[in-house]
Design a protein around this ligand. Structure first.
Ligand SMILES: [Zn+2]
Length: 311
């Protein structure tokens, strides 16, 4: 990847947007560059080997967090099902533990997922008995089409998001819907916290989308947006708590590191925990206000083929 060329639209109108944002896992620092033409941001430099930036405990939460996530996924799936007249087939790229697919399957959907490695696919395959392809979307058998394709907090991790959106467009059945949820780089949370933003997550997030840049990437792949929502119960309030702590105390993602068991427990964690509790109500208030103003931290886009009669 070149420093002075936008990897999405090819424009050379690229400048430094954030300087030396810090990774909370390794302490390494990365710039975020932004294209003035399509508005996409991208992490620079992109690491050759991403494995060291994904700790063993990445997205492996403790039992309480898991219960909360399962409840929130249940409501998430209920929102998606309202887009369809009847149950169909669904594919989730980067399905993780498969909890979202499991929630859909319980409602009569035929489901399949993909994961990067055999190890990451293990739980969904063995414990939940889900169909999980190891690798990218090219692993899906030829000719298979899906009514619903989900990229939930995945697109920003990919080194070639436009190619993946094009693959999704190929796999989408007529009248099918592609749902993408990504952090919103134009959100209030992002603007307030800049390089301290919890959802910036460099270098795991290689791309940083705004509504405009995501719309442009979908347009290149022959897709069009029919709905965009900025409400995320599981990401927005927590994002505020952690971003405020990051900005005010300059210790990137201390609370998250604790929840992911990355740190040994110290008295500093008790302070972080007490501050987090104090920030819950203000974070909820500012989250809800941002949702009303269409500037939430996460945007969820529903898109479909441009030529569909009923998008
Ligand atoms: Zn661009």
């Amino acid at each position: 990847m070149k420093r002075d060329v936008c990897p999405i639209c090819g424009s050379s109108e690229v400048s430094v947007f954030l300087h030396e944002a810090q990774d909370y896992v390794t302490g390494d620092r990365f710039d975020v560059l932004r294209c003035r033409r399509c508005e996409v941001g991208f992490t620079f430099p992109q690491p050759e080997n991403m494995e060291i930036y994904y700790p063993v405990n990445y997205r492996r939460y403790n039992a309480w967090v898991l219960i909360a996530l399962k409840t929130l996924y249940h409501f998430q799936v209920r929102r998606w099902r309202k887009l369809f007249k009847k149950s169909g087939s669904a594919l989730e790229m980067g399905c993780g533990d498969g909890l979202m697919l499991d929630a859909l399957r319980r409602k009569g959907w035929m489901v399949a997922g993909t994961e990067r490695t055999q190890e990451m696919a293990e739980f969904a395959k063995k414990t939940l008995g889900l169909q999980v392809y190891v690798g990218g979307l090219e692993e899906i058998p030829k000719g298979q089409k899906f009514d619903l394709i989900i990229l939930f907090q995945v697109l920003e991790h990919l080194n070639d998001p436009v190619t993946v959106i094009k693959q999704c467009a190929e796999l989408l059945a007529p009248e099918g819907k592609l749902i993408i949820a990504v952090p919103n780089s134009k959100s209030w949370q992002s603007r307030y916290s800049a390089a301290s933003w919890f959802h910036l997550d460099v270098p795991r997030h290689l791309f940083h989308f705004s509504p405009t840049s995501l719309q442009y990437a979908l347009h290149i792949a022959g897709l069009t947006i029919s709905n965009i929502s900025y409400i995320s119960f599981e990401h927005d309030p927590y994002g505020w708590v952690q971003s405020i702590l990051n900005k005010e105390f300059d210790d990137q993602n201390k609370l998250t590191r604790q929840l992911m068991n990355l740190d040994r427990f110290t008295s500093g964690h008790i302070f972080a925990l007490m501050m987090s509790i104090a920030l819950i109500i203000p974070s909820l208030v500012v989250s809800i206000t941002s949702w009303v103003n269409h500037t939430g931290a996460i945007m969820q886009v529903v898109s479909s083929h441009k030529n569909d009669t009923n998008p």
